[in-house]
Each structure stands twice: as structure tokens, then as C-alpha cells.
Design a protein around this ligand. Structure first.
Ligand SMILES: [Zn+2]
Length: 166
């Protein structure tokens, strides 16, 4: 459960973080605030780079900071993102995937709509069928059993180039 008070505070903290944005190229100043499972709130802002493609989004900065401050076991209860440009904006595609690493589909995403209206959706709505770590685990198990099945100990190490008909 995320209280209305937490929602208001998250939006405020995201806006405050946006004031710190390093955005000399786009001038699009973004802030994000995360509410962690332990009740802590952690913020981030976008940090641009003159190479452009190395720009780090506010959400990704906030996630990195949350892990650094609270450890790898963090879970996100809610996420707020905003900007100081009066633009309607949601987390970008890359950030949706980053958030999915630490949040369930039901996690609320708070964002500014047209005219700065306080809007809310969920991560699952923004990123349906997210790629999740569970898929990787089942793939790894499958790969291991396939390699075991293909590997003949009399012939030395298994050939990674071996093809198998399904
Ligand atoms: Zn992003």
C-alpha cells in the first residue's frame, strides 16, 4: 500500500531532485523519486554527457543510488518522475526495464500529464510482458541440462558450436 501522503511526498521529492539535473544539452531537467519497501525514499536526476548517448536518466540514477545506499535486495513500492519543463512525460523504455528489475507490475508510477496534471499508472501497464530475471534462470537451467545431455565425457569438453534439432 502506498498512502496519498507518500504519493504527494514522492512527487515533491522528484521535483526537488530535478532542480539538481545536469542537462546543459537538452535543458530537459528530470527528477525521479523511489519509495522503497523499507519506507526510505531515494531520488535521482538526469545527468547528460556531451557524447549524448551516455546520458543517464533520472530513474536509472535513482535506482543506482538506492542500491548503493540500501543494498542489492531493494524492492520499489512506488516510483515518481517529473520534469521542470512542464512537459507530460513518463519513464522512457530503458527506464521501464530498469524499474522492472526491482519492482512488480503493480508498482504505481506517478508522472505529470498534459498541463502538469498529476497522473498515475502502473509499471505493468507501461511495460507489459517485461523481460524478467526468472526467464534467465529457466534458460540457464535448460542450457545446463542440454549441455549435460550433449556432452560425451570421452570426447573432452563439450563443443559450444554443437547444434541440436528440437
Ligand atoms: Zn529513461
Amino acid at each position: 500500500m502506498v498512502s496519498d501522503a507518500d504519493r504527494v511526498k514522492l512527487r515533491e521529492m522528484a521535483a526537488k531532485a530535478a532542480e539538481q539535473a545536469y542537462a546543459p544539452y537538452s535543458r530537459f531537467r528530470v527528477g525521479a523519486a523511489l519509495l522503497l519497501q523499507n519506507g526510505a525514499m531515494v531520488t535521482g536526476c538526469n545527468v547528460e554527457n556531451c557524447s549524448y548517448r551516455l546520458t543517464c536518466c533520472a530513474e536509472q540514477g535513482a535506482v543506482a543510488r538506492a542500491v548503493a545506499e540500501h543494498g542489492p535486495g531493494i524492492r520499489l513500492r512506488a516510483i515518481a518522475v517529473t520534469n521542470l519543463n512542464g512537459a507530460a512525460s513518463m519513464p522512457c523504455g530503458a527506464c521501464r526495464q530498469t524499474l522492472a528489475e526491482f519492482a512488480d507490475d503493480s508498482a504505481p508510477i506517478l508522472y505529470p500529464g498534459e498541463g502538469g496534471t498529476a497522473m498515475e499508472t502502473t509499471l505493468g501497464t507501461l511495460l507489459p510482458s517485461a523481460f524478467r530475471g526468472e526467464f534467465l534462470e529457466s534458460h540457464q537451467n535448460l542450457s545446463t541440462s542440454k549441455q549435460d545431455a550433449l556432452h560425451d565425457p570421452r570426447q573432452g569438453p563439450a563443443d559450444p558450436g554443437v547444434k541440436e534439432h528440437s
